[in-house]
Design a protein around this ligand. Structure first.
Ligand code: NAD
Ligand code: MG
Length: 416
């Protein structure tokens, strides 16, 4: 592997590769720790951060002894009560995310923060030419163009942790950045687009479990309670992405994520409902052949692949796939009338500018209100639509305009 990534897979290097884990106390943060526990010879945590969970981060730090730890929230929570002290030497405030992301001993930054709050850390890591193993899809939705610029200027790379995008990457192993024979390059033809540019692909087919309301009537969804929305049928995840999976906002974020990652136009990215969550996504090539990546639903495999890419490491932590026991695999169209959030997000992606950032901020704000009980689940699409109708046309060429659009969208949803 070349220059900027020299510390990652140096031939002959015996040192475990340094990993910074941002969002160590969350669902993906814990998944990452389980994976790393099986590969201590290969990887070590050199930095860990969390938002406010002082006890959770202290536990992780005691286990892994990273040289850097940081809590982003100014008001940490602890079983010890309000007066609990952050240990001496820990970083504090949002700046600790950038410090961890740029830690000199980290070759890989695993960004498992939830929400647009993860963007700065993604950009900071890329500015230092690091690999970002990215669970924080919101980084790409809000700041796709900024991330693209950081990669081209500084030579870092983004490897997705999201299971669908990991599946797409695995289906295309060996084809990333390879121009179509006789078409691209200086001789003519469109230059390859995307962070992991992909030529010769006819369609990306992203699977969706359909969430807890897949079979519910529109009327029944209109009366859905928070507890109903938190019952995901196939995946156990953080609360925000669980709500996003029930509204299909998550799938909208993932379509935008796929577009930014692979540079495939929106009209060639499709979503299909697959309730068993065994096929994690599919790629149709231009000769008509379709590749699918399969396995039991576990985030451990995409996390491991993002660390080891382009290699595969021997690992037996993920339950073996048994095709007979997995039973019948089924596929259904998306019910767009029952799940309008998906269409709103894809339209925002197609509009570009600040629209994807407005979609994301409005969704984050609406989900926060659903979680605190001040907005019914069924009002999420209406709240997002209100923000998009007011702010989707805002400029989004740089960080400050994106932040302004993000703030305006949140304000609209707070008043909704
Ligand atoms: P989570 O809520 O379980 O954990 C989030 C983590 O981020 C926690 O460690 C928290 O302390 C930290 N955090 C939250 N807000 C922060 C802030 N403002 N500043 C700094 N740190 C902050 O979430 P999760 O389910 O682990 O999801 C994390 C990311 O991974 C999300 O972008 C999600 O969409 C994506 N993802 C998750 C899964 C999954 O299985 N959980 C699957 C695919 C993608
Ligand atoms: Mg996903």
């Amino acid at each position: 592997m070349s220059g900027a990534h020299g510390t990652r897979h140096d031939a002959g290097s015996t040192l475990p590769i340094g990993v910074a884990l941002l969002g160590a106390t969350g669902s993906i943060g814990h998944t990452a720790q389980r994976v790393m526990a099986r590969h201590r010879d290969r990887f070590r945590f050199v930095a860990m951060t969390a938002n406010g969970d002082l006890d959770g981060l202290a536990e992780a730090v005691a286990e892994w002894k990273p040289s850097y730890a940081g809590l982003a929230s100014p008001t940490p929570r602890s079983r010890a009560g309000a007066g609990a002290q952050v240990p001496a030497g820990w970083g504090t405030g949002p700046g600790c995310l950038v410090e961890a992301a740029q830690h000199p001993d980290a070759a890989i930054v695993l960004n498992a923060i939830v929400g647009a709050a993860g963007l700065d850390a993604t950009l900071a890591a890329l500015e230092k030419g690091k690999r970002v193993a990215l669970a924080n899809k919101e980084s790409l939705v809000v700041g796709g163009a900024l991330v693209q610029r950081a990669v081209s200027e500084h030579g870092g790379e983004v490897i997705p942790v999201d299971s669908e995008h990991s599946a797409l990457l695995q289906c295309c192993a060996g084809r990333i950045g390879v121009p179509k024979a006789g078409a691209a390059g200086a001789a003519g033809g469109a230059p390859l687009q995307g962070l992991l540019p992909l030529a010769g692909v006819r369609r990306l087919i992203i699977t969706a479990s359909g969430g807890p309301f897949r079979t519910w009537s529109t009327e029944r969804i209109a009366a859905a309670k928070l507890d109903d929305a938190l019952q995901h049928p196939t995946w156990s995840m953080g609360r925000k992405i669980t709500i996003d999976s029930a509204s299909l906002a998550n799938k909208a974020l993932e379509v935008i994520e796929a577009h930014v990652l692979f540079g495939v136009p929106y009209d060639r990215i499709e979503v299909v409902v697959h309730p068993q969550s065994i096929v994690h996504s599919m790629v149709e090539f231009e000769d008509g052949s379709v590749m699918a990546q399969m396995g039991v639903p576990s985030m451990e495999l995409p996390v491991l692949y993002a660390l080891s890419y382009p290699e595969r490491l021997e690992d037996d932590g993920v339950p073996r796939f048994d095709p007979v026991a997995s039973g019948t695999l089924t596929f259904e169209p998306v019910r767009h009338d029952a799940f309008p959030t998906l269409g709103l997000g894809i339209a925002a992606g197609k509009s570009g500018g600040a629209a994807p950032a407005v979609f994301n901020a409005a969704n984050e704000s609406a989900v926060a209100r659903v979680l605190d009980g001040s907005l019914p689940f069924s009002m999420i699409p209406g709240a997002i639509e209100a923000a998009l109708s007011r702010h989707a046309g805002l400029p989004g060429d740089d960080k400050s305009s994106l932040l302004a659009a993000d703030a305006a969208a949140r304000q609209t949803v707070q008043e909704f």
